[in-house]
Design a protein around this ligand. Structure first.
Ligand SMILES: Cc1ncc(COP(=O)(O)O)c(C=O)c1O
Length: 403
């Protein structure tokens, strides 16, 4: 069991006396504990310097702190090698990196890219762009009404033409945890490169990248109590050595003449320019924090809140719940009869409750559901069942106003 009262004390935003906050939008971004805020500010206070080039003490300290976070990612997600860990700005940038640097080099008009209808726009639009450029075709694993992937058709979708598969580990709309290990194995059997969007999975479930055996895995710091502006791409070093760079500039080069350049080794080949040093260091503090709490304990707490939330919300006859996966994270998409989700979110806000409303950067899912938007409550380690009770009460209050 998590001691949520004690966890909340670690997050300054939950300790304000006026207008206490009920934050139910962690699938969008999470709140930050003091230790992460301190790690970022300590860098700016005490050793702000550029990395990899300063020949003085604070520069060496900044380099050591930044580079040590690769080791933390390696240990946290069981990554084979620290050189596989590339720091980016976000999951979005990590996925674009693969689409541009791998996709543009290796895809052609005979190639198929396998995605699913469940993807966040970040794992859809980059592939549309690269498909347009290379004339590759897009194929999709369809969505069922339960908010799961239609796995029965998978064998008809993968073939020798499948050059790359990219799917999400956990859906940001339904919370569905996809059987990525099986999907990776099927795609690899056909010789395809496999990419997993782990933005929603890494903060909530134990992820073992070595065991998954995918070629690329992407996630964001801000969804796992870390700072905004930092993401990670874990990739196979042999593939990344062969890929073209994603961006050109300082640090990613080995030698430069006026006419030509050669590239630095992986991972630095993909970290052009001054990186988000403070944010990477903050990500390291976030990993330490999540590990000190225990990711399995966080997951069990998520499941407890999810089941409680489903139970409470399903008692209100005016609420439609979407999705019904067996294996599911702490995300509940829903709509309330006669209330637009945007109106609902605005009214809940007057009670200090934050939920998400909109298409959740997943318009194809909204099309499948036949709606333009849904409300969405998502939970994390700092939420309690009281938060869910407050949500249910505030929904009822809003429904009375709209009746
Ligand atoms: C499943 C999924 N993939 C990708 C992203 C994009 O993450 P970011 O905005 O941090 O790049 C999100 C963000 O909500 C997401 O939920």
């Amino acid at each position: 069991m998590l001691n949520v009262k004690s966890i909340q004390k670690d997050f300054p935003i939950f300790n304000r006396n006026e207008n206490p906050l009920i934050y139910l939008d962690s699938a969008s971004t999470t709140q930050k504990p003091q230790c992460v805020i301190d790690a970022v500010t300590t860098y700016y206070h005490s050793y702000a310097a550029n990395i990899h080039r300063a020949l003085y003490t604070i520069g060496e300290k900044a380099t050591d702190e930044y580079e040590s976070v690769r080791g933390k990612v390696k240990e946290f997600l069981n990554v084979p090698d620290t050189h596989s860990v590339i720091f980016t700005r976000s999951t979005t940038e990590s996925l674009n990196l693969v689409a541009y640097a791998w996709g543009q080099k290796y895809l052609d008009s005979d190639s198929e890219i396998l995605l699913s209808e469940m993807e966040h726009h970040s794992n859809l639009v980059p592939w549309q762009l690269v498909a347009e450029k290379t004339k590759a075709s897009l194929k999709f694993i369809s969505l069922t009404d339960d908010g799961t992937l239609n796995l029965e058709i998978i064998d008809s979708l993968v073939s020798e033409r499948t050059k790359l598969m990219s799917v999400s580990h956990q859906s940001n709309v339904f919370g569905t945890v996809n059987p990525v290990e099986m999907l990776i194995a099927k795609a690899k059997d056909m010789g395809a490169i496999t990419v997993i969007d782990g933005a929603q999975a890494v903060p909530h479930i134990k992820v073992d990248i070595t065991k998954l055996d995918c070629d690329f895995y992407a996630f964001s710091g801000h969804k796992m109590v870390g700072p905004t502006g930092v993401g990670v791409l874990v990739g196979r070093t042999d593939l990344m050595e062969e890929m073209d760079p994603f961006m050109g500039g300082g640090e990613m080069i080995d030698t430069v003449t006026l006419e030509k350049s050669t590239w630095n080794k992986v991972p630095w080949k993909f970290e052009a320019g001054t990186p988000n040093i403070a944010q990477v260091i903050g990500l390291g503090a976030a990993i330490d924090y999540l590990q000190s709490v225990g990711i399995e304990k966080i997951h069990n707490h998520d499941v407890d809140l999810l089941n409680y939330g489903l139970d409470i919300l399903s008692q209100n006859k005016d609420i439609t719940l979407f999705g019904n996966a067996q294996n599911r994270g702490a995300v509940i998409p829903f709509n309330v009869k006669n209330i637009h989700p945007h109106d609902l979110a605005k009214f809940l806000d007057t009670d200090g409750i934050c939920i998400r409303a909109g298409h959740h950067c997943a318009q194809p899912i909204m099309n499948h559901l036949g709606v333009t938007a849904t409300a969405r409550a998502s939970f994390y380690l700092y939420n309690t069942k009281n938060d869910i009770d407050a949500l249910a009460e505030s929904i009822e209050k809003t429904a009375r106003i709209f009746a």
